[in-house]
Write a protein that binds this ligand. Sequence first.
Ligand SMILES: NC(=O)c1ccc[n+]([C@@H]2O[C@H](COP(=O)([O-])OP(=O)(O)OC[C@H]3O[C@@H](n4cnc5c(N)ncnc54)[C@H](OP(=O)(O)O)[C@@H]3O)[C@@H](O)[C@H]2O)c1
Length: 247
Amino acid sequence: MSPLTPPLKDLILVVTGGSGSIGSAVCRAATRDGAKVAFTYHEGEERAHTLAAELGEGCLFQQVEGTDAAAISAFVQRVETELGPISVLVNNVGLSQVMPFALIDEDDWDQTISVNLKSLFLFTKAVVRGMIRRKHGVILNLGSLAGHRLLEVPVHYATAKAGVRGFTLSLAKELSRYGIRVNEITPGLIQGGIGASASERQLADYNQFCAMGRPGTPEEVAELAVFLASSRASYLNAQSFVIDGGL
Ligand SMILES: NC(=O)c1ccc[n+]([C@@H]2O[C@H](COP(=O)([O-])OP(=O)(O)OC[C@H]3O[C@@H](n4cnc5c(N)ncnc54)[C@H](OP(=O)(O)O)[C@@H]3O)[C@@H](O)[C@H]2O)c1
């Protein structure tokens, strides 16, 4: 590959929850780096249309509920028919609720676990057979420091994000033999999106303990994602890449 060739040239990259804060930054960076991008949205129809217009011709987007197996399967089929075989899946859909443990009821628990973890399972399952057949693919899962460290975060969210770690490890072990790399991106506090629910006190604490003294930006997470998606990261597998400014 010439040094002038865009690093994701000719790759078809799917971002789940591309309408969100980190997801849209990943879509922009991947498009800049030469990928054809497909993304999903849920409630953010207007944001999705604005992003698609920005990404330009050739991008595909669709409303998909992250726990609906049939809708996910139909979306993946559409991407493969209209754009081509999927090379990279960025599992980014996520949901949190600011809630003390004593107030979490069964529905809250089920929804948080389901949107964060079932979506990971369903989207991955929908793309993985094609990747296995082609003996090529990259899967990136958005975890969180909440699943790794002692932090003041909602318990159901932390539980779901801890699950992303186990999912990444066992899937990487199983799929490596087919030339598929699986990694976790593990952000600390990132501006916007889910990070916007941090209280002023939590933000001040984060800034105090973070060596860089600030939250990250979605664009900084996106740069890590496009690097991991590219062949420049060909020996990076089964890892959790913490991006937290040094905590
Ligand atoms: N921001 C942070 O500080 C931070 C830190 C660590 C990890 N993360 C992780 O990074 C990922 C992106 O987070 P973000 O901060 O960018 O949050 P965000 O802006 O709220 O994005 C979340 C995305 O998930 C989609 N989504 C939510 N519920 C859904 C459902 N039921 N079905 C399908 N899609 C659904 C949203 O779609 P619509 O907007 O269209 O409804 C949106 O595209 C998440 O996995 C999150 O856990 C974020």
